[in-house]
Ligand binder design. Sequence first.
Ligand SMILES: NC(=O)c1ccc[n+]([C@@H]2O[C@H](COP(=O)([O-])OP(=O)(O)OC[C@H]3O[C@@H](n4cnc5c(N)ncnc54)[C@H](OP(=O)(O)O)[C@@H]3O)[C@@H](O)[C@H]2O)c1
Length: 291
Amino acid sequence: MLGGTGSIGAPILRWLAARGHEAIVLARSDASAAAATRLGAASIVRGDIAAPDCWVGALPDLDAVVHMACDFAGPMAAVDGVLIDALLPRLAAQPDRPRFVYTGGCWLFGATGDVVATEKTPMSPLPAFAWMVPHAERILGSQAVDGIVIHPAMVYGDGAGGVFRRFAREAVDRPAIRVVGGEAVRWPLVHCDDLAQLYGLALERAPRGASYIGAAVEGLAVGRIARAFAGRFGTPERTPAVISADSIALELGPWARGYALDQRLSGAKARRELGWAPRHLDPEAEIAALP
Ligand SMILES: NC(=O)c1ccc[n+]([C@@H]2O[C@H](COP(=O)([O-])OP(=O)(O)OC[C@H]3O[C@@H](n4cnc5c(N)ncnc54)[C@H](OP(=O)(O)O)[C@@H]3O)[C@@H](O)[C@H]2O)c1
């Protein structure tokens, strides 16, 4: 597993360990190694995705690779390219071809507006993540692996984790919660535990070359998310403060422009073909019930 301690990876690691899979997790620090062990990793490979030549040779033969590692502060495209360049020849040398689940994302579909995008919808990626499209195609087309791609929706966690973390923080720290681009901007959503189930099902059942959108909720307006948090935490101003994509990009980096994309995405293919059954379908009720 690459990225087994992240907001997407940690629940997948827990899910795999609970199902008796032996997960080998790449960790770049002592803290990451300790977190992976706590989450159920069978063993740790120490290393950095930016320097794969230092650890790829030490990998045992693998049944599968699950890749959701990303350093948003670094040169994401170059790091991911070098990583794939090093991994594929190593995996091609195995006696049995492993599965390779690659992580794309909802922001590769651009602003869909009222159209509900599916896996057949042409990609229109946010520029900061445009590199992911050819990288995903490379994994899907590689002869070294049985490639599968998952496109997660916006991932929220238990309590106020994942993409909800900023809403929860601003609900108590600011007079009004900020939303990017307008209250009507819709985000497709998925709870991290439901997404972990989708990765697990894809690992166990997906055919080679398949892509799946991991969206449990097609699109929920960010204004409704912000208002739910403001109501739960008693934020003085219930109406969110609208900021621009330019201003969030200045604050966090160009990738954060994705927060302004108005999207609707369908998770129907994963439900139909893999039997994916997400259980978290009402994020506003979950926010209202937060402790
Ligand atoms: N979160 C979402 O809503 C969402 C939605 C769609 C797509 N995605 C995509 O999913 C991927 C993962 O997102 P995430 O939200 O899970 O990110 P995250 O929470 O920041 O986790 C990133 C993971 O990558 C690891 N990592 C980062 N830099 C590394 C390095 N140099 N060497 C080794 N490991 C490294 C981190 O390990 P440490 O423990 O060392 O930090 C962590 O396990 C990204 O490509 C993102 O674009 C995310």
